[in-house]
Design a protein around this ligand. Structure first.
Ligand code: ADP
Ligand code: MG
Length: 174
């Protein structure tokens, strides 16, 4: 049975982009916990946070993680998924966990260029570069301890996918 592959990392590291490409390369299904949350609640992340607060959003995120977990599936997770110990343990026990690691400056540049980034609530109301720097400082150890493998997410998407395939010994002869 092919275990699910969980992609973790801060906003902008490429979980959705790389997840879709990786799922195609492997012939796996693709799921995105943020997207699942939006489908099941019919609300955006920003709306859930605004109406119910962050704690409720985090609880719903844990439900989404469980809901999308299935064999032969690449799962892009929300950037804060690793904050809860229950989520960290769940991912490590149920699949292979990959951290897409990139510096905060790269993440901030990507998010500023992405129109839908504006729909995401900022945690602090401060400039995005400062916020991403704080987020990585707070969470890097959680991403590191949760991941079975760490990959360099600054590479071109095809290279990131290749590196993941190599880590998982799933590279196919071509
Ligand atoms: P996440 O799902 O982790 O928040 P996304 O996949 O939405 O990240 O990517 C955020 C932005 O960065 C998108 O505009 C995407 O096209 C771009 N991006 C993602 N991965 C790469 C990469 N390896 N190189 C260059 N740009 C990337
Ligand atoms: Mg995403």
């Amino acid at each position: 049975m092919s275990l699910p592959i969980y992609l973790i990392g801060a906003r902008g590291c490429g979980k959705t982009t790389i997840g879709q490409a990786l799922s195609q390369a492997l012939g796996y299904a693709f799921s995105d916990t943020d997207h699942n949350l939006q489908l099941t609640t019919q609300r955006t992340v920003a709306e859930i946070v605004a109406t119910e607060g962050w704690d409720s959003f985090r609880a719903r995120e844990t439900e989404s993680l469980r809901a999308v977990t299935a064999p032969a599936t690449v799962i892009a997770t929300g950037g804060g998924m690793v904050l809860a110990e229950v989520n960290r343990r769940f991912m490590r026990e149920h699949g292979q966990v990959i951290w897409l690691n990139a510096p905060s400056t790269v993440l901030a540049d990507r998010l500023e260029r992405q129109p839908e980034a504006a729909q995401r609530p900022t945690l602090t109301g401060r400039p995005i570069a400062e916020e991403m720097s704080d987020i990585l400082r707070e969470r890097a150890h959680l991403y590191r301890q949760t991941a079975h493998h760490e990959v360099n997410a600054m590479q071109a998407p095809e290279q990131v996918v290749d590196q993941i395939l190599q880590c998982l010994s799933l590279a196919r002869a071509s």
